[in-house]
Design a binder for this molecule. Sequence first.
Ligand code: 5GP
Length: 193
Amino acid sequence: MELLKNRILTDGRALNEQVLLVDSFLNHQVDPELMEQVGEEFAARFADAKIDRVVTIESSGIAPALMTALKLHVPMVIMKKQPSRILKEDTLQTEVFSFTKNAPFQLTVKAKFLPKGQRVLIIDDFLANGEAASGAIRLIEKAGGVVAGVGAVIAKVFQPGMANLKCAGYRVEVLAPVRRLDKDQIEFLEEKA
Ligand code: 5GP
């Protein structure tokens, strides 16, 4: 998605070989018009996948996931990172290791928002080691749903998440695949037309 890649080159910043900051348009300050285009692109790529609902992980995935759900005309479910005091009954939980916090957290969702047999699309801002997406997959499958795909706005393809998910048989769509990062340098993977 050229518009997104250009925005990453203009407004994103590679901190080092591992971390890309996109907080001026994607996950802190959010550009709604760009998010609408992101939603349209995911909706087009998964148009044949018969998606019943979109699932994301709070909080950075919410903007792209909501726009995708809007374009696909399906509900969007937010998996929580902390068990809440009021969210006790009927919850599913799994431990996930956070890339940004470098610590584990309990990914939590109410089972009733993942009805059995539904085809679910996971949308997140980044795919790095694939811990967050794998946690979401565990919960969806535990609830009896089918993971119809994983969409990442950005994937750092030099980290193992994307390859592992594909290897496990999941359909993965990435709008901006990053091949290499270094301080103030960002290189995208060349995509076949
Ligand atoms: P994973 O679970 O695939 O290792 O990491 C994905 C999660 O970590 C995403 O939900 C995202 O919030 C965060 N993340 C991973 N890599 C980056 C990065 O380079 N920059 C930012 N801002 N967040 C990242």
